[in-house]
Design a protein around this ligand. Structure first.
Ligand code: ATP
Length: 901
């Protein structure tokens, strides 16, 4: 989001000024909205308010309906030129041509429309899947709903990482801070309160009892009541902000657009040359004019960028089936360039199904002594009870545990020790808290007995954060001075076996009730160490191996202990024992390195442990300065800057926050590392297919241009009529071209190095291929023409036309792979393409042999011998391309010496 409010347009005239909700007390707000903070609205009210206020959405993008999309197909400049030229031609000469031309244009527009419509649908579906959700209280229960269903009066629950779904007046909060840069330009999070701001004209940033749609909860929790939805929110008033980034071209599209322009100029020059030479040779002006225009229309690849959008969008839709949700289209094309995958550990490489594996007393006794309760005067608290109190786990109606897997594992274990969560929480209600953050790596909750006589602070967190703050420890039923070094050593040993270790401490003294919560994290009593086991995902190891063969480095970035991280990393082969130079870098060390020193270290680091989200930003920046192309995962609010910075930012669909998802290019719907690898593979495949399409289009266009350009130079009459050119390009080529997108991935797709992001799409011999194949096609067509004329075959034009058409079809079969022979791939491995080639061939035969079409397309039926000859000549292209592939395989033709695989 923008960090400045420059460019914000004023509210449209007539927008009613919003009620000054920030000046009302919480109670007054709730009353005036006729709602209830504990139960929320009832469904009848919700329905009535929804009818009255409409959806909670911003009306920004003007949606293109199908009709507009269809009409857009005809507003293409080149098509208009063609239609105009045909109209002129019909007027001055040949009225019949225009029917065929219009039919071809219609057919072409339909193909284009169907593709674009599918792409748009796919993108809309993806957009809906990527949307955030809102947690509300309605009819006395908590629900997760789509944010557009919110109505004024809804009670919304907020927590760190939520994108605020509507404008809310806050009713309750704990340490709530909100990042409001999008609205106010203030980049630091603002601490919220529930007290009203008295000044009705206070700027948004000062209305601390309000949170606004589109801002992000940076930390803490809160409850608020919806006061405005949709276009009536503050964000709605400046909705122009959201128009950003909708019609951006992907890098590939930009490059293709400029390539297209260059080709257009070349083609136009050639067309003028063909026109002029035709006139010099005495051909009719109208015919030459139509030939030049048709060739220009056919050979200028102006649709290339649009085809890219379609393949990317359809590719993105396919990727959802593999649980990778694309949020920004260019990510599909750039996935294939990834050289580094920086991944979280918990839940991504591991299953996130934790269970308590070991509980150790501070003197490393697996122990019974834990059952003893720490005496807090008359209200003792046992270790398992303290552990349970110090969690945010919720109990669902059917008794399931809801919350962070680390915490649900702890509560489950405590329950097995006989701790009953609900009654414990009633006996020791929570009176304060310092929530968990990755930076603090611990959390503290404060509880008082129901009668207020006792107060206790329970802290759990990373051992190195908790243990140093303890002065005493609970050992065999007595309080003794803490032996920090010994306990840390136990903790290290537990971590080295791959366990996630937490230390648990309490502050059991009779604290003055007014003491600041922060001070309760000092002078504590250490109770015990807990080790949790989170097994690596079964498929992760294989996925890491695939990355390695694909030239991609995998790096683990975790908030966990270095010993735990190393243990898991070696189980997954991210670190290979015995391979030198691979290191585990901790956040503490990282922070002592300046940027230059870090640059030298990132090359060898395979694991970063105990790092914070800020460190992630430095890591990704350092990798990029080394020329690497990094994908990075993240789930928290603070991960957002690193996700934005990464070349491919990846958020978690299940565990992640809305803020991380909004910042990401891709969302893993199953949070699984292996899905990243599948997405990279799919990205590579889609890029390959785009390259195939470009190769096909450029080669076939070159074939036609060479044919028409060379014919007069070698003294042959005009080989093709305008209608033939259009037919070939818009119909017989169109179908196979589109089905190239269905080409399956080549077997070695994950065995080649990543594609340099700046590499031209024409690299590795693509343009050379287009030139020589174009020349070959022209040579075959013109050779056939010359031979037919010389030997007195009256059908020479239909023969030339057929040779060109069919050689384009054999060509498309040959270029299905850049290296592998078609005979190895097998004809049936892309059935769709085979079908398209068959259909195109059928259409070609139809216009040769169906009498009505003969007159429309100016063709003549060929004899069996002529047809066989044409088909035989056309297969030369297939054989020649197979020879090229053989040379690529054997001799490294077009290989880039700087990039040997
Ligand atoms: P990853 O980056 O692989 O997801 P992580 O989940 O361990 O790693 P964080 O969530 O940042 O990273 O946690 C950092 C450390 O904080 C943990 O290693 C653990 O010691 C401690 N910790 C994690 N969850 C809690 C919690 N709910 N309460 C207290 N401490 C916690």
């Amino acid at each position: 989001m923008s960090s400045s409010n420059a460019g914000i347009t004023p509210a449209p005239a007539g927008t009613p000024p919003s009620t000054a909700w920030h000046t009302l007390t919480a109670t007054a707000t709730v009353e005036s909205l006729h709602t209830n903070v504990h139960t929320g609205l009832g469904m009848p009210d919700v329905q009535r308010l929804r009818a009255e206020h409409g959806d909670n959405v911003l009306e920004t993008a003007v949606k293109r309906g199908p009709l507009r999309m269809l009409l857009a197909q005809f507003t293409d400049v080149m098509v208009l030129v063609l239609l105009a030229a045909a109209a002129i031609a019909a007027f001055v000469g040949d009225p019949e041509d225009i029917i065929a031309i219009i039919a071809i244009v219609l057919l072409n527009a339909t193909l284009g429309f169907v593709q674009e419509y599918r792409a748009e649908k796919a993108m809309a579906a993806l957009g809906a899947m990527a949307a955030a959700t809102a947690r509300v209280r309605r009819e006395g229960a908590e629900h997760t709903i789509a944010p557009q269903e919110l109505v004024p009066g809804d009670i919304v629950l907020l927590e760190a990482g939520t994108v605020v779904p509507a404008d809310l007046r806050l009713l309750e909060l704990a340490q709530l801070s909100v990042e409001e840069a999008a609205l106010t330009g203030e980049s630091l999070p603002v601490q919220k309160t529930t007290a009203p701001t008295l000044d009705a004209d206070a700027p948004l940033g000062d209305r601390t009892a309000m949170v606004y749609k589109g801002t992000n909860i940076a930390s803490g929790r809160g409850v608020g009541v919806v006061v405005a939805t949709g276009m009536r929110t503050e964000l709605g008033r400046i909705a122009a902000l959201l128009r950003a980034d909708t019609h951006l071209q992907t890098p590939l599209q930009q490059r293709l657009t400029s390539l297209g322009r260059w080709l257009a100029v070349t083609v136009l020059v050639v067309c003028v040359a063909i026109f002029v030479t035709g006139l010099i040779r005495g051909e009719p002006v109208v015919l030459m004019f139509m030939t030049a225009v048709s060739l220009a229309v056919a050979a200028i690849p102006e649709a290339l960028p649009a085809v890219i959008t379609v393949s990317l969008a359809l590719g993105a839709r396919r990727m959802v089936k593999h649980h990778a949700l694309i949020r920004r289209l260019p990510a599909v094309e750039t996935l294939g360039s990834v050289t580094y995958v920086c991944t979280d550990k918990t839940g991504t490489l591991t299953e996130n199904r934790m269970h308590v594996d070991a509980v150790r007393t501070v003197d490393n006794q697996p122990g019974e002594s834990l059952a003893a309760a720490v005496p807090l005067s008359e209200a003792p608290l046992a270790f398992a009870q303290a552990l349970t109190l110090c969690t945010d786990v919720q109990l669902t109606k059917d008794g399931a545990l809801l919350g962070d897997p680390t915490e649900t594992a702890l509560v489950r274990w405590a329950a097995e020790q006989g701790v009953e969560m609900s009654s414990l929480r009633t006996a020791w209600p929570r009176t304060g808290e310092l929530p968990f953050t990755s930076e603090r790596a611990r959390m503290t909750t404060v509880h008082a007995t129901a009668n207020g006589a006792h107060r206790v602070a329970c802290t759990k967190g990373a051992p190195e954060r908790v243990i140093p703050a303890c002065t005493r420890m609970w050992q065999q039923g007595a309080l003794v001075p803490v032996d920090a070094a010994a306990v840390m050593a136990y903790a290290e040993a537990m971590a080295a076996s791959g366990l996630r270790v937490l230390a648990m401490a309490i502050n059991s003294d009779q604290q003055p009730t007014g003491a600041a919560i922060e001070s309760l994290e000092d002078q504590q009593v250490l109770l015990a160490l807990v080790g949790l086991l989170d097994p690596p995902r079964a498929e992760a190891r294989e996925a890491v191996r695939t990355c390695h063969t694909a030239g991609i480095r995998v790096v683990m970035i975790t908030g966990d202990h270095p010993a735990t991280a190393r243990a898991i990393a070696s189980r997954l082969d991210i670190i290979k024992d015995g391979v030198g130079d691979q290191e585990v870098l901790t956040g503490a060390v990282l922070r002592t390195l300046d940027d230059e020193a870090l640059l030298a270290r990132v090359e060898h680091a395979r694991v970063y442990a105990r790092v914070t989200p800020e460190d992630k930003l430095r890591i990704v920046t350092a990798l990029q300065s080394r020329g690497e192309y990094a994908a990075m995962t993240g789930d928290g609010v603070n991960d957002a800057p690193a996700l934005k910075r990464a070349n491919i930012g990846i958020a978690m669909g299940r565990g992640g926050t809305d803020v991380a998802r909004e910042a990401a290019d891709m969302v893993l719907l199953d949070d699984n590392f292996a899905t990243i690898v599948v997405a990279v593979r799919e990205g590579r495949r889609i890029y390959d297919n785009i390259r195939r399409f470009v190769r096909f289009v450029l080669s076939t266009n070159a074939g036609e241009i060479w044919t028409l350009f060379l014919a007069p130079l070698i003294g042959l009459p005009l080989p093709l009529l305008p209608i033939h050119i259009l037919w070939m390009n818009l119909v017989t080529d169109g179908l196979p071209g589109l089905t190239l997108a269905a080409e399956p991935a080549e077997a070695d797709i994950m065995e080649r190095p990543p594609r340099p992001p700046q590499e031209s799409i024409l690299a590795h011999g693509l343009w050379q291929h287009a030139v020589w194949v174009g020349l070959l096609m022209a040579a075959l067509a013109l050779g056939t023409q010359a031979w037919a004329i010389r030997t007195g075959h009256g059908h020479w034009q239909t023969m030339t036309f057929t040779v060109l058409t069919v050689s384009q079809l054999t060509h498309v079969l040959a270029i299905r792979s850049e290296r592998t022979s078609l005979f190895r791939l097998g004809l049936l491995s892309n059935p769709l393409l085979l079908l398209a080639v068959g259909a195109s061939l059928g259409l070609q035969l139809a216009i040769i042999y169906v009498p009505v079409l003969n007159s429309l397309f100016r063709t003549e039926p060929l004899s069996a011998g002529e047809l066989v000859l044409c088909l035989a000549v056309s297969t030369v292209v297939l054989l020649a391309v197979e020879l090229e592939k053989y040379l690529i395989r054997r001799r490294g033709l077009y290989a880039d010496p700087a990039r040997s695989p």
